[in-house]
Design a protein around this ligand. Structure first.
Ligand code: UD1
Length: 416
């Protein structure tokens, strides 16, 4: 059963775990690399399914991307042109393939990317991406499920985003760094992955200022030169192991983290009663017998991340009292609820709000990972549950967590 995870619950996790590079930063940096002249080398890129799909898309458009023996990845765009259309077959496996829109426009002044359909966690429109690239001078047509964009006279512009979309901010940044003149993104996303993209682009000679605030200013340049760059650690993977420590009543040092990126998660974890301590090597989390109920609202960074919502729900299922979670970022991110209920959780959902009445015990069951973070939450529940949990469709989990079974087993979990 290669697509399943089997977890025997009830073992407290103890020891150290090293966090891999950030999936969401890695994906956008891979795409941005096509704009550089020469060979880019990315370090700390996680070897997860989503990254492997992105590597295939790069190769498909004519960019030579290959893993090196030291674990880094080299990306060599050709001297001439790359293919401006991404493959539908590959793109449909990976929503982040829509980031080729900005990078191809930056490099080739033309892009044809597949329009994302609905997905497991809700509708994923691209209106803000399109508004941004149009403002920078692209003509856009949508036909047969593809976005056709061509920039005949690209020019810097001021763009206000109605919502601080991560993907839209990234696409606009990538096009703008190679667009003549000054571009300004107002109400930009502030996620650490946006800052990593800006740092990466600047290391190539781009002129991006203000990333990490809601106003990003970009001066277009003609050329970007390739170099070597290490991706930031994955704050969501870190948060997931922090909850693993808390839910299993264990004691885990989560290493290779940037503590400020974890503050929204740490704050809420501490409210649940877990002991969280920043050390020189990382963040140490100790879980106690009691979990306090906590209310959570997901919001763009620095609010509580939607990508940690399901994992937190798993922990709050075992709280002494009722918690309320409001999901403000994605419309359909409560699919985990039915699976958690199969394990004995008591959760009611009304629209964007979930009310979680804590229970004393979760029981192992056969459950299904409906999306990446829901899958991670089921792993966490399985660690705390009495008996055996079998998670089907675990491929969703492998999309975003590098060596998850190995890492958990090293901490004393029983996972196969
Ligand atoms: C990225 C992350 C994802 C994370 C999300 C929010 C990657 C590869 N994925 O996804 O893990 O959960 O940020 O932190 O980095 N929206 C629009 N119009 C648009 C674009 C977005 O209405 O043009 C809406 C979406 O429907 C959603 C919200 O904005 O409700 C947030 O989406 P966005 O920030 O764009 O997320 P992604 O970049 O897709």
């Amino acid at each position: 059963m290669k697509n399943s995870l089997l977890i025997e619950g009830g073992y407290p996790l103890n020891g150290r775990v090293r966090v891999s590079g950030a999936k969401n930063a890695g994906l956008v940096l891979l795409v941005a690399s096509i704009m550089a002249d020469g060979e880019t080398i990315l370090d700390n890129l996680p070897r997860i399914c989503d990254v492997e799909v992105m590597v295939k898309i790069l190769n498909d458009v004519g960019v030579n991307a290959r893993w090196n023996e030291d674990g880094s990845l080299s990306i060599c765009p050709p001297q001439g042109h790359v293919k401006v259309q991404t493959s539908y077959e590959l793109s449909k496996k990976l929503r982040a393939s829509n980031l080729f829109l900005g990078a191809l426009l930056g490099r080739e002044r033309e892009a044809v990317v597949s329009l994302p359909g609905g997905c497991d966690i809700g509708s994923r429109p691209m209106d803000l991406h399109i508004k941004g690239i149009q403002a920078l001078g692209s003509e856009v047509e949508i036909e047969h499920g593809f976005i056709y964009a061509r920039a005949k006279a690209p020019a810097g512009a001021r763009i206000y985003l109605d919502f601080p979309s991560v993907g839209a901010t990234e696409n606009i940044m990538m096009m703008a760094v190679k667009t003549p003149g000054q571009s300004i993104i107002e109400n930009a996303a502030k996620e650490p992955e946006i800052v990593d993209l800006a740092n990466f682009l600047n290391s190539m000679g781009a002129r991006v200022r203000g990333a990490g605030t809601d106003l990003i200013k970009i001066e277009g340049v003609n050329e970007l030169r390739a170099g070597r760059y290490a991706i930031i650690p994955d704050r969501i993977e870190a948060g997931t192991y922090m909850i693993a420590a808390a839910i299993s009543q264990g004691d885990v040092l989560v290493e290779n983290v940037i503590p400020t990126h974890l503050h929204p998660i740490v704050a809420k974890l501490q409210e649940t009663g877990a002991m969280v301590e920043e050390t020189d090597d990382g963040v140490r989390v100790r879980g106690g017998k009691r979990v306090n109920p906590v209310d959570i609202k997901t919001l763009p960074y620095p609010g509580f991340p939607t990508d940690m919502q399901s994992q937190m729900m798993a922990l709050l299922s075992l709280a002494e009292g009722s918690s309320v979670i409001v999901e403000n970022v994605f419309e359909n991110r409560f699919q985990i609820v039915d699976e958690l209920k199969r394990m004995g959780a008591n959760i009611k959902v009304e629209g964007h709000t979930a009310v979680i009445k804590g229970v004393t015990t979760l029981y192992g069951a056969r459950v299904k990972a409906t999306d990446l973070r829901a899958g991670a939450a089921l792993v966490l529940s399985g660690l705390a549950a009495r008996g055996e949990t079998i998670i089907e469709d675990a491929i969703h989990i492998f999309r975003g967590y590098e060596k998850i079974s190995e890492k958990l087993c090293q901490l004393g979990a029983k996972v196969k």
